[in-house]
Write a protein that binds this ligand. Structure first.
Ligand SMILES: Cc1ncc(COP(=O)(O)O)c(C=O)c1O
Length: 400
C-alpha cells in the first residue's frame, strides 16, 4: 500500500466544486451574527453580552450525576424516544405545572436540544408547498427548518408599539388554505414578551376554526418574572391536541452544551415526529439523559430559576437606567432589549460593532431576527452572566 497522494485523481478546484454543488439548499444562510459578534468581541476584549448562554457553570451535583451515569455503564444507545426515567420525569413535571397528562411512553420524545425538536417537528408536519407562519422577530433556526421541508415561511410581525404583543388578527389574516402550522416562542427571544391569558384564548379560536398545527417553543418556560405564570400551550386542552410543545434543559439547568431537549405532542403527532427523529439522530446521548432524570427527581431545581434570573435582570436594568439606553420591558427569558436612539442614529448592525470597539461591550442587533430590512434602533443584551460580568459591562456602558 502506498500513501503517495500522486496516485489519486487531482482534487477539483474550488470553482469546480461550487459548480458541482449547484444552488444551495439554504442560499441565505451564512455565518451567524452570533459567531461574527463573538469573534469581534474576543478581538477587542469586549464583555460579551451577545451570545445567549451562561458564563457560569451548572450545578456540580448535576455534573457528578453525568459522571456517575458514565461510570454505571450508561454508554450505549438510549431507546429511540429517550430514557424512560427522563420521559416519566418530564411527564410528571408537565402534569404538575400545566395540568396536561402526556403519556411518557407515546407522547414525549427526547431530542438533541430544542433545535433538533424544532427541525424534527417542522419536517414531520410541513409538506412541500405548505406555508408555515412565524412571528417576527424570529429565532434563527425556524426559517431554515421550514425551507428544508420545502415549505414557505410567512412572516407576521409582533406589535413593537404594544410591547411586542402578538397580533392575532394579523396572524388570522395571514392564514391561507396552504397554511399548515404556526411557530410560536414564548417567553420570547429576543423581546422577553410572555403570553397572556387572552393570547391563549385568541390562539384557541384560530386553531379551532382553521385546524392549524402549533409548534410552541417554550425553552424559557421557567424564566418568567414578577410572579407571572408561564402560560404553556399545554395548559389548554384544545391547543395541546394540536401542538408540539418543545423545551430544553440547556436553558433550565445551565447546560446548553449537553443538547438535551424534548418534544411533547399527542400520540398520532408524536408517531410522525418520531419517524423523522429516528433517522435524524436515532437517540440522544445516554448518560446525560440519566443525569437529568436523576436531577429532576431531586427538588424540582427549575423552581428557583425565575428568582435567580430576576435578580440578574434587576441588577442589569438598574445599572442600565443610569445610561442613555432606554430599556424595553422584560417579562421573561434572559434577554432584555434596549433602544439606543438617544446615543446614536447608526443602523443596528453598525451600532453593535461600534459598541464592541468604542464601549467594549458586545450585543446583538435585533435586525438579525427580521427577514425584511429593519429600521429599528434596538439591541439585545443577554444577562445570563455572572454578576461580576454584568457589573463590568455596566461600568463600561455608564462611562460611554
Ligand atoms: C427561542 C429558542 N429556541 C431554541 C433554542 C435552542 O435550544 P437548544 O440549545 O436546546 O437547541 C434557543 C437557544 O438560544 C432559543 O433561544
Amino acid at each position: 500500500m502506498s500513501n503517495d497522494s500522486a496516485s489519486f485523481a487531482p482534487r477539483p478546484t474550488a470553482p469546480d466544486l461550487a459548480a458541482l454543488l449547484g444552488p444551495s439548499k439554504l442560499p441565505r444562510v451564512g455565518t451567524t451574527i452570533f459567531t461574527v459578534m463573538s469573534a469581534l468581541a474576543a478581538k477587542h476584549g469586549a464583555v460579551n453580552l451577545g451570545q445567549g448562554f451562561p458564563d457560569f457553570d451548572c450545578d456540580p451535583k448535576l455534573q457528578r450525576y453525568f459522571a456517575e451515569a458514565i461510570a454505571a455503564g450508561h454508554n450505549q444507545y438510549a431507546p429511540m424516544a429517550g430514557v424512560p426515567a427522563l420521559r416519566q420525569a418530564i411527564a410528571a413535571k408537565i402534569a404538575r405545572l400545566y395540568g396536561r397528562a402526556y403519556d411518557a411512553e407515546t407522547e414525549i420524545t427526547i431530542t438533541a436540544g430544542a433545535t433538533q425538536a424544532l427541525m424534527t417537528a417542522v419536517l414531520a408536519l410541513a409538506r412541500p408547498g405548505d406555508e408555515v407562519i412565524v412571528l417576527e422577530p424570529v429565532y434563527d433556526s425556524y426559517v431554515p427548518s421550514i425551507e428544508l421541508a420545502g415549505a414557505r415561511p410567512v412572516f407576521v410581525p409582533l406589535d413593537a408599539a404594544r410591547g411586542y404583543a402578538p397580533d392575532w388578527d394579523r396572524v388570522r389574516g395571514a392564514i391561507t388554505p396552504r397554511t399548515r402550522a404556526l411557530m410560536i416562542n414564548f417567553p420570547h427571544n429576543p423581546t422577553g414578551r410572555i403570553l397572556r391569558e387572552e393570547d391563549l384564548r385568541a390562539l384557541e379560536a384560530i386553531v379551532e376554526s382553521t385546524g392549524l398545527f402549533v409548534i410552541s417553543d417554550e425553552v424559557y418556560e421557567h424564566i418568567v418574572f414578577d410572579g407571572q405564570p408561564h402560560r404553556s400551550v399545554a395548559t389548554s386542552p384544545l391547543l395541546a391536541e394540536r401542538s408540539v410543545v418543545i423545551s430544553s434543559f440547556g436553558k433550565t439547568f445551565h447546560t446548553t452544551g449537553w443538547k438535551i431537549g424534548y418534544a411533547c405532542a399527542p400520540r398520532a403527532l408524536s408517531a410522525e415526529l418520531r419517524k423523522v427523529h429516528q433517522f435524524m439522530v436515532f437517540a440522544v446521548n445516554t448518560p446525560g439523559q440519566h443525569a437529568v432524570a436523576r436531577y429532576l427527581e431531586d427538588a424540582a431545581p427549575y423552581q428557583t430559576l425565575a428568582a435567580f434570573y430576576q435578580a440578574k435582570r434587576d441588577l442589569f436594568v438598574a445599572g442600565l437606567a443610569r445610561t442613555r439606553f432606554r430599556l424595553l420591558p422584560c417579562e421573561g427569558t434572559y434577554f432584555v432589549l434596549a433602544d439606543y436612539s438617544a446615543l446614536s442614529d447608526l443602523p443596528e448592525a453598525e451600532f453593535a460593532q461600534k459598541m464592541i470597539v468604542d464601549y467594549g461591550v458586545a450585543v446583538i442587533p435585533v435586525s438579525v431576527f427580521y427577514e425584511r430590512p429593519f429600521e429599528g434602533r434596538v439591541v439585545r443584551f443577554c444577562f445570563a452572566k455572572k454578576d461580576e460580568t454584568l457589573r463590568a459591562a455596566l461600568d463600561r456602558l455608564q462611562a460611554a
